[in-house]
Design a protein around this ligand. Sequence first.
Ligand SMILES: [Zn+2]
Length: 282
Amino acid sequence: MLQETKQQALVSIDPYNTIVDRKPVFSAEEYKQKLLTLSGSQIIGNVTYRNFHFPLVAAERKNNVGKRLLLISGEHGDEPSGPIATLEFLKNQTDRKIHITSIPLLNPSGFFCNSHNNLEGVEVYASYGNPPSTQESIAVWNYLRNKHFDLALCLHEDSDTGETFANGFYIIQCPEATAISRKIIDKVRETTKITDAKRLWGNRGHDHGVVVWKPNYPTVYLAARLLKEKRIKTCLFSEPDAIQNREGKHEIPLKERIQIQKTVINTVVELLETDFDYMEKS
Ligand SMILES: [Zn+2]
């Protein structure tokens, strides 16, 4: 089906290589190459805005008996640690005891322009209404049709420059907090400060770094729609602080944020591989 376009996508030149300065990490062409050469990858759609062309890629690590994880990142283009960590994780994982379905980069045009939204200024994250309304969400929703998961892990960063300053790491879980959130917080705490802010993420409270989100249905977010359709049991958002201080420096540098995201992915995967009751109330 879409697989035969893989070779074409590999040789096409992305014009944004020259516009976006991501040299320390990946150019668009490098990232594309890495995505397309991941084992178990397939093109699930293409994003085209003016002269920007980029394939939407999903990668699967199949396992018929284990739990099922949906790992997604890059919904917000200006939160780079997720797509980089996901790619690096997938590159090194072939044989796990769980089934992993991943879409490492949900908003490629935003990612390569360091923009929260896509190149049309639309927030991809909030385009999963019924029906989905962007090139990205249409392709992703179509690919996920009829798929069910135990848990969705969504890698974001806290870049809220409003009145809330996370000053550390936190997790959002919906529809309620379970033991897995606490395990992740404990693991991340070994290397990184957990938030001590009073209020977070739209002025919500939290319990030692765990925010509970109860989405109102109907909704326009991918994870919330999957929850509504009972195609995931729970959803986690990983949120390392990416706020810049007055000098323009990140409180947690990108390299460290990538490491945090990898820790989160590894912790979730390792717990799902055991008989740990990830839905147990914390
Ligand atoms: Zn985000």
